[in-house]
Ligand binder design. Structure first.
Ligand code: FPP
Length: 251
C-alpha cells in the first residue's frame, strides 16, 4: 500500500442502496434494478482506478438480505455468479485484487468456488483492493473477532488483560487495509445498517439521494470534493492537527 495523498481517500466504503426503487420507478421487477446496480459497480471501480484510491469495499449483500423474497435472493445469486464469471479476468488485467468478507459458507458451492478462484487469481495484484462484503454484518464481524480472541485465551496464548483495541483490530475483517476514510451511501437513508461497525469509527460519512444504479463519476467526485474539504481530527483539536499531531488515528 502506498502513502496517503491529501484529499484522496485511501479506502472508500460504499452502501449501494436504491436498486429496488430504481426498478420500481420504471415499473420493472426489482432484479432489473440489481442488474443496473451491477453496471454502477463498474463505474465505481473505474473511478477508484482513475483517482488512485487503494481500496474499495462494497456492501453487496447483508446477512439480513437472506430474508428477502426467495425470487429476489435467487436473482441476486445468479447476478453474483454471472459477475464472477464475466468480470474477474478484466479486473485481474487491470491490477485489481478481489476478495470477499462475510459468511461465505452460506453461499452455494458454485459461488464459493468462484469466490475462491477470483481471490487466488488476483492475489498478487496491488493497484486496487476490491472487497465485496457478501452475507456480511458488522456485529457478526465483531462477534467472530471476540470468538477468535477468546480461543487464544483458552489456548493460553493470550491474557485477557492484553485484549485491547489493537488486538480486536487485528481480528476483524479488513485488518490488513487502512480503515475506510470515506463512506458513501446512496438511496437517501442516513444510516450505517450494520456495515463495518468497528472499521467506520473515524470514517467520514457522505450520503446522497441518488439511487445506486444512477451512480456516476460526477457524483463520486462530489463526494471526494466534500471529503477533501473536511478536517479529520480523530478526537484531537484543530490546533493539534495544524501542528501535525495526526499520528494517533485510533484514539
Ligand atoms: C440495495 O438496494 C442493494 C442490494 C441489496 C444488492 C446490491 C447488489 C448490487 C449492486 C448488484 C451486484 C453487485 C456486485 C458486487 C456484482 P435495495 O434493493 O435495498 O434497494 P431499495 O432500497 O430501493 O429497495
Amino acid at each position: 500500500m502506498s502513502t496517503a495523498r491529501p484529499g484522496i481517500p485511501r479506502h472508500l466504503a460504499v452502501i449501494m442502496d436504491g436498486n429496488g426503487r430504481w426498478a420500481e420507478r420504471r415499473r420493472r421487477p426489482r432484479v432489473i434494478g440489481h442488474r443496473a446496480g451491477a453496471r454502477a459497480v463498474n463505474v465505481c471501480i473505474d473511478f477508484c482506478l482513475e483517482r488512485g484510491i487503494e481500496a474499495l469495499t462494497l456492501f453487496a449483500f447483508s446477512s439480513e438480505n437472506w430474508g428477502r423474497p426467495e425470487e429476489e435472493v435467487g436473482a441476486l445469486m445468479k447476478l453474483f455468479l454471472n459477475a464472477l464469471d464475466r468480470e474477474v479476468d478484466e479486473l485481474d488485467r487491470r491490477g485489481v485484487r478481489v476478495r470477499f468478507i462475510g459468511e461465505r459458507e452460506r453461499f452455494s458451492p458454485a459461488i464459493r468456488q468462484r469466490m475462491e478462484a477470483a481471490e487466488a487469481q488476483t492475489r498478487a495484484n496491488a493497484r486496487l483492493s476490491l472487497v465485496i462484503a457478501a452475507s456480511y454484518g458488522g456485529r457478526q464481524d465483531i462477534a467472530q473477532a471476540a470468538r477468535a480472541l477468546a480461543a487464544e485465551v483458552a489456548a493460553g496464548r493470550l491474557r485477557p488483560e492484553d485484549i485491547d483495541e489493537a488486538a480486536m483490530g487485528r481480528c476483524v475483517a479488513l485488518a490488513d487495509l487502512p480503515p475506510p476514510d470515506l463512506f458513501i451511501r446512496t438511496g437517501g437513508d442516513h444510516r450505517v445498517s450494520n456495515f463495518l461497525l468497528w472499521q467506520l469509527a473515524y470514517t467520514e460519512l457522505w450520503f446522497t439521494e441518488l439511487l445506486w444504479p444512477d451512480m456516476d463519476a460526477a457524483t463520486l467526485q462530489r463526494a471526494l470534493d466534500d471529503y477533501a474539504g473536511r478536517e479529520r481530527r480523530f478526537g484531537l483539536t484543530s490546533a493539534q492537527i495544524a501542528h501535525g499531531a495526526t499520528e494517533n488515528t485510533s484514539a
